[in-house]
Design a protein around this ligand. Structure first.
Ligand code: AKG
Ligand code: FE2
Length: 344
């Protein structure tokens, strides 16, 4: 598949896999690409759980508009965002993203702690379970990063991501209407503007056949990221796409790369994929506990990255802040309008 992104595929839960070797491969992928496919044999998150989550997403976005509007996104980053509400790349976008989103914060005793559309109220426990499974997978990845970077102790990142503490972690459903329903879209418009994610690690679930995601390669060209990369066609579910967010890149002095990506209407089609249908994706943005100071990571490899500054930008003008301060800084750039209104 010429032109498609080269992203390593790793099976972190294969029986008998050597965890040191897996950790090394994961770190190498994060340093070089910022993205990695985690092969999904249903061991970490079951196929049924993922299918159910996509089913709930369809139900949610098909809810009456008033019901979604009742749950509008607030400064806590939870709730529904309508078409064009979010502008991920304000410098280049003529108009906001052609998408709807719904951000779920925490659940308590299987119940949401925020307003949610009536249609999904009976299914809150399922959503809570899915969010928990996503967080557990992120913890597994964060432990592997600790091992692969020889952080002392290797649980340095996982302890900072305790699910019991308040954090910016968000489970997000996304719906991109079909181009036939967005006749005002111009050729240069995008379904989701170019951006890098804000947190530590992101999990992305996609559906076979639905194109659109592209990453910005070092040469400055956009490369499509197939849902089903070669060799995974026979897997029970497409691999889960994992990428490094700005916070983890910042925390590791830019050693782990936070790669810019977008969702376009017209990415070069990968065989078997198209952009003509509605597109659904599910994202889990994993963040450390709010109070976590983004202090130096006790790893010789990370420390060495300060001078080399492998990827300029992320860690370049480093000042110590907490995870919550880092998130606030990034959110205020995306929801310009909401934050401007707040300032009035
Ligand atoms: O929908 C997708 O495939 C990507 C979404 C994304 O990058 C995001 O929400 O941060
Ligand atoms: Fe993203």
């Amino acid at each position: 598949m010429a032109g498609t992104a080269t992203i390593p595929i790793i099976d972190i839960s294969a029986e008998g896999a050597d965890q040191i070797q897996v950790a090394k491969e994961l770190v190498d992928a994060a340093v070089e690409y910022g993205f990695v496919y985690v092969r999904n044999a249903g061991r970490d998150i079951s196929t049924e759980q993922i299918e159910n989550a996509f089913g709930l997403s369809r139900t949610l976005f098909a809810s009456p508009l008033e019901d979604k509007q009742r749950c509008k996104i607030e400064k806590n980053n939870q709730g529904w965002s309508g078409m064009h509400t979010e502008t991920l790349d304000p410098k280049t976008q003529r108009v906001g993203d052609f998408k709807e989103g719904f951000n779920f914060g925490t659940f308590k005793d299987g119940k949401a702690t925020q307003p949610i559309p009536r249609s999904i109220e009976p299914h809150q426990a399922q959503l809570a379970g899915f969010r928990e499974a996503c967080h557990a997978l992120c913890q597994k990845l964060l432990l592997l990063f600790g091992i692969g970077l020889q952080v002392d102790p290797p649980t340095f990142f996982t302890s900072a991501h305790s699910p019991a503490q308040p954090s910016g972690s968000i489970l997000r459903f996304l719906y991109y209407p079909p181009p036939s329903a967005t006749p005002t879209a111009e050729p240069a418009d995008v379904r989701a503007g170019a951006h890098s994610d804000y947190g530590s690690v992101t999990l992305l679930f996609r559906l076979r056949g639905q194109a659109g995601l592209e990453i910005l390669e070092p040469a400055g060209t956009w490369a499509p990221v197939p849902v089903t990369p070669p060799g995974t066609e026979g897997d029970v579910a497409p691999p889960i796409l994992v990428n490094i967010g700005d916070l983890l890149s910042y925390w590791t002095n830019g050693l782990l790369r936070s790669t810019v990506h977008r969702v376009s209407f017209s990415s070069t089609p990968t065989p078997g994929e198209s952009s003509t249908d509605p597109r659904y994706s599910i994202v889990y943005f994993c963040h450390p506990a709010d109070a976590t100071p983004l202090a130096p990571v006790p790893s010789a490899r990370v420390a060495a990255a300060i001078d080399g500054n492998v990827h300029a930008g992320a860690g370049a003008d480093k000042k110590e802040m907490t995870a919550a301060e880092h998130l606030k800084m990034r959110l205020s750039e995306t929801y310009l309008q909401m934050y401007a209104e707040g300032k009035k």
